[in-house]
Design a protein around this ligand. Structure first.
Ligand code: TMP
Ligand code: ASP
Length: 244
């Protein structure tokens, strides 16, 4: 099938139905706008499976996603959408760029979930947008912006509760949205340890608790083991068998 797009962690292929695409998850890892590159054997399959399970969970809570089904270890079928070039980041606890840019101490519980919009543009380094910059760039209408904000908060509530039931704290995460051919707003991309900060509630050790891509970003090692741990806890919680 024709390759439509290759990103840092996924490849998108056309199918014989123009409304349906295939997403292939790669083992490649990148950080700091690709300054750092690596790979983790089996990461693609783990992220594909975690994303599939989480998209299904969100669908069950009436959140519209692009997910159709998982068709292979590293492949899912998705509805074709035009991606809105925004990275919607939701934060519950201070970490990462929020600490670097504001001086907040890592680990501070935020008084309310913070929803932020970043421009999805590698050349510009994905800058943080203000609401007015976003409107001036015509990345979304005021109505769509309200919709994005409220869906993001609903997703945050659902995922925070779910991860907590797996003894994992959802610190922050990034979402992407797209519009299908009828103009419906769908959650797209992926939700995985590549795109979330996840802290293990079963350990207090600051290094050991990290179960996400920060292990790669900050050379903490055992990236695959951490991702497997997330996958295993999610599957156990939902009573799903590991894909053979
Ligand atoms: P940040 O603290 O580096 O801004 O990241 C916030 C969240 O967004 C964190 O969970 C990691 C995720 N993220 C991505 O998924 N892709 C990115 O390109 C960046 C910068 C962050
Ligand atoms: N996804 C970005 C990159 O690949 C940044 C990050 O996740 O740290 O460079």
């Amino acid at each position: 099938m024709e390759k439509l797009y290759e990103g840092k962690a996924k490849i998108i292929y056309a199918t014989d139905d123009s409304e349906i695409l295939t997403t292939q998850f790669k083992d490649d890892l990148t950080a700091f706008n690709s300054l750092k590159k690596g790979m983790a054997q089996g990461k693609g399959a783990i992220n594909c499976h975690i994303s599939s399970v989480l998209f299904k969970l969100l669908e069950s809570k009436d959140i519209a996603t692009h997910f159709i089904d998982q068709i292979a270890d590293c492949e899912m079928r998705v509805r074709a959408v035009k991606i809105i070039p925004l990275e919607v980041v939701i934060r519950n606890i201070a970490a990462g760029s929020l600490c670097r840019q504001t001086g907040l101490i890592e680990g501070k519980i935020l008084p309310f979930p913070l929803v932020e919009f970043y421009l999805k543009n590698d050349e510009l380094g994905d800058p943080l947008l203000t609401r007015d910059r976003l409107l001036i760039l015509e990345l979304a209408s005021p109505k769509q912006l309200e919709q994005l904000q409220s869906i993001a908060l609903k997703i945050n509530k659902c995922l925070t509760e779910f991860f907590a039931s797996c003894q994992i704290t959802l610190v922050d995460f990034k979402l992407e949205f797209g519009l299908d051919s009828q103009g419906n707003l769908l959650l797209a991309d992926e939700i995985s340890p590549d795109t979330c900060r996840l802290w293990d509630q079963q350990t207090k050790n600051l290094r050991d608790r990290v179960l996400d891509k920060d292990r790669f970003r900050h050379d903490l090692g055992e990236v695959e083991t951490a991702y497997q741990q997330v996958q295993q806890r999610i599957l156990e919680k939902l009573g799903i068998r590991q894909r053979p």
